[in-house]
Design a binder for this molecule. Structure first.
Ligand code: ARG
Length: 466
């Protein structure tokens, strides 16, 4: 292997043998990190301007670098840029092209920086942008969920514990429970954004640089709140990626719970809702099938997102300071998490407002399942019975209902009085589904007036964000 072949590498100086072609492919990241090209150029522009400000570059050199990077940005946007695996990663591909375009001034761009602080900067810029796009989709899903909830403040469905009919709730109340999960996810996403928004640029390889750099200038130019504190930490920290994947794992966990309910509710056995045909697919063998593929897929994608979180945690475990090549493995899990989260949110934000509730079926399911049994017990407590005794009385009434195929509201007053003499004509008010809902009239309760007010508060919160 001749020395000439190898000096084409930006780091080729100390090498006497060309890189093994397998090792070249094995160590390269350009196939996936080219996704950060726009951020890489943005970071380089900020770095070059700062170098000029402190006198390391002159104005003419800065102008050349700006023009060259502008042209490269154009080439990439138009798909004309030739990415090369020999140049390993996005950073060296762009730098090498810059030198091709503007000559030796291009070689000055890397003064006072390293790919280690460069890549740390690029990922933060990339993820910040992704977080803002995800936040917008998450808000759209929340508004759709809250809007549907407001339409169904009076729609009665059975509430479940242990997936057994428990007590009647408003369908809108159930939907607002979803929104609470999403609201916490939004908060976690913003926490992550706030912590990642610091500039590692200037940490160079690990120890800082001998040039009189101004890290405050590059931090401000790139929209970071401030520069990071410690150069060793700056190039090795990937906490923000782990935090983001942790946000994503919890969001997908929530979406998987919603998905599971949608799948159940569309089944012939529940038949609580209908999803529009455009979100479903058919079976190639069974002509009657309309499958809820979208929620099923979202439920399934939770697995890969959880996996990416574990990948990143394991990647960072036991890593000594400062930068290690291991960290090149941070990108694929991170990028796939961003893509998956955006797709799943988009699917849900489009689908949820289009859910059609089968109100009669929900109501019938609530009526059939003795869902007002607790209301009857509370009624007896108001007549003076201790709650445990009331519980026992109602349990007997339910057993009778199971045996005779009757719901509590279908029994005669005489029959009910057979379980306790204090039961009067007014009992039928508490045994209605509407009465049961309306009685839970406190903050966080399922009374339709509370659900309406909660939907308004939730909507105002989301709208106040932008
Ligand atoms: N492609 C590398 C990564 O993603 C860039 C940093 C490489 N630094 C180094 N010293 N080899 O981590």
């Amino acid at each position: 292997m001749s020395k000439e072949q190898d000096t084409s590498k930006l780091w080729g100086g100390r090498f006497t043998e060309a890189t093994d072609s397998f090792v070249q492919r094995f160590t390269a990241s350009v196939n996936f990190d080219q996704r950060m090209a726009a951020e890489d150029i943005e970071g380089s522009l900020a770095h070059a301007s700062m170098l000029c400000e402190v006198g390391v570059l002159n104005a003419a050199e800065l102008e050349q670098i700006r023009n060259g990077l502008g042209q490269i940005r154009q080439e990439i946007a138009e798909g004309r840029f030739e990415w090369s695996v020999e140049l390993e990663d996005v950073h060296m591909n762009i730098e090498s092209r810059l030198t091709q375009l503007i000559g030796s001034t291009g070689k000055k761009l890397h003064t006072g920086r390293s790919r280690n602080d460069q890549v740390a900067t690029d990922i933060r810029l990339y993820l910040r942008k992704a977080i803002d796009a995800i936040a917008a989709e998450l808000s759209r899903l929340q508004l759709g969920t809250i809007g549907l909830a407001a339409q169904h403040a009076h729609t009665v469905m059975p509430g479940f514990t242990h997936l057994q009919t428990a007590q009647p709730v408003a369908f809108g109340h159930h939907l607002l429970a979803w929104n609470e999960m999403l609201e916490r996810d939004y908060g976690r996403l913003q926490d992550c954004r706030a912590r990642l928004n610091q500039s590692p640029l200037g940490a160079a390889a690990l120890a800082g640089t001998t040039y009189p750099i101004r890290r405050d200038l590059t931090a401000a130019a790139l929209g970071f709140d401030k520069p990071t504190e410690n150069s060793l930490d700056s190039v090795s920290d990937r906490d923000f990626a782990i935090e983001f994947c942790s946000f994503a794992a919890l969001l997908l966990t929530h979406l998987s719970r919603m998905s599971e309910e949608l799948v159940l509710w569309t089944s012939a056995q529940f038949n609580f809702i209908e999803l529009p045909d455009r979100f479903c697919t058919g079976s190639s063998i069974m002509p009657q099938k309309k499958n809820p593929d979208v929620p099923e897929l979202v439920r399934g994608k939770t697995g890969r997102v959880n996996g990416h979180l574990v990948s990143l945690l394991t990647l960072m475990k036991s890593q000594p300071l400062a930068y290690n090549k291991d960290n090149q493995e941070d990108k694929e899990p991170l990028f796939d998490t961003v893509d998956t989260v955006l797709d799943c949110l988009r699917a849900f934000a489009d689908m949820v407002p289009a859910i059609r509730a089968r109100e009669d079926n929900m109501r019938e399911a609530a009526r059939r399942g003795f869902s007002t049994a607790t209301d009857l017990a509370d009624y007896l407590v108001r007549k003076g019975l201790p709650f445990r005794d009331a519980h026992e009385v109602v349990g007997k009434a339910v057993a009778h209902g199971v045996a005779s195929g009757q719901d509590l509201a279908e029994m005669s007053l005489q029959t009910l009085q057979g379980f306790h003499a204090d039961i009067g004509e007014d009992v039928f008010e508490v045994l209605t589904l509407e009465g049961s809902l309306a009685a839970r009239d406190h903050l966080g309760g399922t009374a339709p007036a509370q659900v309406k007010a909660a939907a308004e508060r939730a909507k105002a919160k989301v709208e106040a964000r932008s």
